[in-house]
Design a binder for this molecule. Structure first.
Ligand code: SAM
Length: 383
């Protein structure tokens, strides 16, 4: 079993709907080539030695998958033959454990369970033939094979990430309505914020948006403090992981002061934010304080606000939310130098926050929940 670490392969960064362009930009900034965005994914050309770098550094992608092959399959026999024709033995050793996950959308082969067992059987047959055995022990390192059928095209991949990339390892206390770290990183990257500018999140919950901003500003790889499935793979050289981690530690920008402020009315949220920021090693970069948004007083002329608003679950909650929206309106009505970004599932928000119409509204997903990102652009600071 071997795979030359330098031969080209295709990796797929899976992406939550609406964030494809953000992840494409991240990949281009990391120096990857032939970066192609499609709905829900961004494909790029890489080598096995790049698998660590992509996993460690991607901020807004969900996972990194290794693409094994892609072809039309409208019968189980086609799916079986195509799967069996792929060189699984280059990646999965003789004792490798492998489970198969399937999903199928708008395809003739509509049964997830049937697709799963066909692919499992085809990969097993391929491996048995390649290793000259008639039985696979599956006692070794785990591999997750995925088959995704979309409009009769089957894409076969192996997951290199393991746990989703939003799990950075810093967030212990998730609060009420946790924001995915990957989405938080995207919200920051979609804003006008840069490390020179003031950023506040007045309803910061567990602090995710500010922590992700600090990681960006410090050029800290978001995956530096966690492990990945492909760290155990023999086909990805251990030296590539060691080197990618060393380079990531070296890349951290220590100089400069950041202006990041987080508030929440709930003291437990503030405590959680402080703990999470400490876990992420950015505690010194963010000031957290307990404060109700109705008491928010802004004296700076210019700044950026990014916040995920609370959701209403009961009718009684709506009047409370409206009060908060009006409080934001009062505070920022005359603050034309502030760019404001609100994430919420409540489509009524722009009817209450009336500074102007939003300059842009992006439809995004926080996990499975559809949300809108309302963007209000402020005047540029005068230098
Ligand atoms: C959707 S959560 C934010 C989650 C956050 N983005 C995170 O990453 O954990 C909304 C937050 O608003 C806070 N909140 C609700 N009403 C508030 C108010 N009047 N003033 C300040 N914070 C408030 C809640 O305590 C909650 O933490």
């Amino acid at each position: 079993m071997s795979h030359p670490p330098s031969s080209p392969l295709t990796l797929i960064a899976t992406v939550s709907f609406g964030l494809e362009a953000v992840v494409k930009r991240e990949l281009l900034a990391l120096g990857f080539e032939q970066v192609r965005a499609a709905e829900g994914k961004v494909e790029f050309t890489a080598t096995a030695a790049d698998i660590p770098r992509a996993n460690l550094w991607l901020r807004s992608a969900d996972r990194v998958l290794l693409k094994m092959g892609e072809d039309t399959a409208v019968t189980f026999d086609e799916l079986f033959q195509q799967t069996k024709a792929l060189p699984w033995e280059k990646w999965i050793p003789a004792d490798g454990q492998f489970n198969v996950q399937a999903k199928t959308v708008k395809s003739t082969l509509g049964s997830v369970r049937a697709c799963q067992s066909i692919v499992k059987k085809a990969v097993a047959e391929r491996l048995m033939a390649a290793y000259g055995v008639d039985w696979l022990a599956e006692t070794g390192v785990p591999y997750t094979v995925q088959v995704a059928l979309l409009k009769d095209v089957a894409t076969l991949t192996i997951d290199t990430s393991g746990a989703g990339l939003h799990l950075r390892g810093y967030r212990e206390e998730a609060g009420d309505a946790p924001l995915r770290e990957t989405l938080a990183a995207a919200l920051v990257q979609l804003s006008f914020w840069n490390p020179e500018r003031l950023l506040i999140d007045p309803m910061c919950g567990s602090g995710t948006i500010l922590i992700e901003a600090a990681l960006l500003a410090r050029n800290m790889a978001p995956g530096l403090n966690r492990r990945f499935a492909s760290e155990e793979w023999t086909a990805v050289p251990t030296a590539a992981w060691t080197e990618a981690r060393r380079a990531a530690r070296q890349a951290i920008r220590h100089e400069g002061t950041l202006q990041l402020r987080g508030y929440d009315r709930d003291p437990a949220a503030i405590e959680a934010s402080q703990n999470n920021a400490a876990n992420a090693r950015v505690a010194d970069d963010i000031v957290f304080a307990q404060k109700d948004v109705r008491d928010l007083w802004i004296d700076q002329q210019y700044g950026i606000l990014i916040s995920q608003l609370p959701y209403a679950e009961r009718t009684a909650d709506f009047s409370y939310l409206n009060e908060i929206y009006l409080a934001f309106d009062q505070t920022f009505k005359k603050k034309q130098g502030w760019s404001l970004y609100f994430l919420t599932a409540d489509k009524q928000f722009p009817n209450y926050f009336k500074r102007t119409n939003p300059d842009r509204v992006r439809k995004l997903y926080n996990g499975l929940v559809e949300v809108n990102y309302y963007q209000y652009y402020g005047e540029k600071p005068q230098i």
